[in-house]
Design a protein around this ligand. Structure first.
Ligand code: NI
Length: 199
């Protein structure tokens, strides 16, 4: 296989593995013995300590009592991340004042370039409710692991690098427990209505 084709296969495989892991958790949590099986809930998510885009420390404790969306990416991402950020922004917009009761976290997998200042500047193009998170690589890697997120630095032929990463948006409930991958393949109104159920 040519290197580029091989790389695409590797990315697709990593993405599918992440998706299957997430789906396995959903199956475990919501069916078929709903209410009986609950051990899967803690499998995605967990404690973290990072810096928000204003340079303030943030942990999972700051999200207590709020449902939240969380996804991983990086500001140099050419297409997937800006698309997701745009879609999530639209949903937050449709929530109106209720958007203040939920959180939406964009966690960088490229802390080397994505400083709090860089995150702040980048997120200024999107809904102001979005919170950018960064930190040292160990802290990012620990959070990514807790969310079953794959990421890898990939050198570019022209110099510099890009990042491969899982692009799932996770919906977490008020208790910080994983609910499901959040479906953005529907109208922002429908997605917003779905989110309201977790307030
Ligand atoms: Ni991306």
């Amino acid at each position: 296989m040519p290197p580029r084709a091989f790389r695409i296969v590797v990315i697709a495989a990593a993405f599918l593995a992440g998706l299957l892991a997430a789906m396995a958790v959903v199956v475990l949590v919501v069916g078929p013995n709903r209410g009986v099986v609950s051990t899967g809930i803690a499998s995605v998510g967990g404690p973290f300590r990072l810096l928000d885009h204003n340079g303030r420390s943030m942990t999972e404790a700051d999200l207590k009592g709020r449902p939240f969306l969380v996804f991983f990416g990086f500001t140099h991402c050419p297409d997937v991340c800006p698309t997701k950020l745009f879609e999530v922004s639209e949903v937050l917009g449709k929530l109106g004042p209720e958007a203040k009761k939920i959180s939406a976290l964009f966690v960088t997998v490229d802390p080397e370039r994505d400083t709090p200042e860089k995150m702040k500047e980048y997120l200024s193009s999107f809904n102001p409710q979005l919170v950018g998170l960064t930190g040292d690589l160990d802290a990012i890697a620990a959070m990514a692991k807790a969310y079953r997120v794959y990421f890898k630095k990939m050198p570019l032929e022209a110099g510099g690098y890009t990042m491969d990463h899982t692009a799932i948006v996770y919906l977490m409930n008020k208790n910080g427990e994983f609910v499901a991958p959040f479906n953005l393949n529907r109208s922002p109104e429908q997605a917003a209505a779905d989110l309201r159920r977790y307030l």
